[in-house]
Design a protein around this ligand. Structure first.
Ligand code: MG
Ligand code: ZN
Length: 212
């Protein structure tokens, strides 16, 4: 922390190594979006790419971010890889399938990041959410303004990084979301909405959710 106002991070504001490696002139706000249970239906350690199924209206929400020129960054814990339930190749095939399904609906993800670890199998890592390793990488690689970004997902761990960065957390509960996560998100002052479309409308200040 230098207190140098030229980097846009003055004393008291969030500050991470990645944030210090962004250019004030270039950085853009982004939508960090969880994958399983948020963009696609959570099938509990999905293996077969043919099983990738978009959540209703997810493509509309992604397209709204695309139109607003807000990069969409998928941030996904994939501990099934550590557990041997799927391979990196399976994950890459799923990612390609997700990209195809979105493209068919004129939407796209700017980049995907995943954590293949599980603490009980591979030991602690910095990338598994709510850790910020994947966000840190994306912030530098895409020159993102994390403090102006949106942290969207169906679990508390997806929105908690918003607090670290000073961004906005939006919980979109899925059938897999515990009531504890919802209560903790509300108590922490995060927004809680019922669909990714509503999350996009909230983030982008749209008059109506992008569901048409
Ligand atoms: Mg999820
Ligand atoms: Zn990891």
């Amino acid at each position: 922390m230098t207190g140098d106002k030229s980097d846009g991070h003055s004393a008291g504001l969030p500050d991470t190594p990645a944030m210090r490696r962004t250019s004030r002139a270039l950085r853009r706000r982004a939508a960090f979006i969880d994958r399983d249970g948020t963009l696609i239906v959570d099938k509990n350690y999905l293996k077969d790419a043919a099983q990738v199924e978009l959540v209703p209206h997810a493509a509309n929400a992604v397209r709204a971010f695309n139109y607003a020129l807000v990069p969409v960054i998928v941030i996904s814990n994939q501990s099934g890889i550590a557990r041997g339930l799927l391979t990196e190749a399976d994950y890459r095939a799923q990612r390609a399938r997700l990209d195809d399904l979105l493209e068919e609906r004129s939407a796209f993800v700017d980049d995907h990041y995943h954590c293949p670890h599980h603490p009980e199998v591979t030991g602690a890592c910095e990338c598994r959410k709510p850790g910020i390793g994947m966000y840190e990488q994306a912030i530098v690689e895409h020159q993102l303004d994390a403090a102006a970004s949106f942290f969207i997902g169906d679990k508390l761990r997806d929105v908690l990084p918003a607090r670290r960065y000073g961004g906005r957390g939006i919980l979109v509960p899925s059938p897999e979301t515990s009531s504890d996560d919802v209560e903790a998100a509300l108590a922490a002052g995060f927004d809680v909405v019922t669909s990714l479309s509503l999350a996009a409308a909230l983030a982008l200040d749209l008059p109506h959710p992008p569901e048409s």
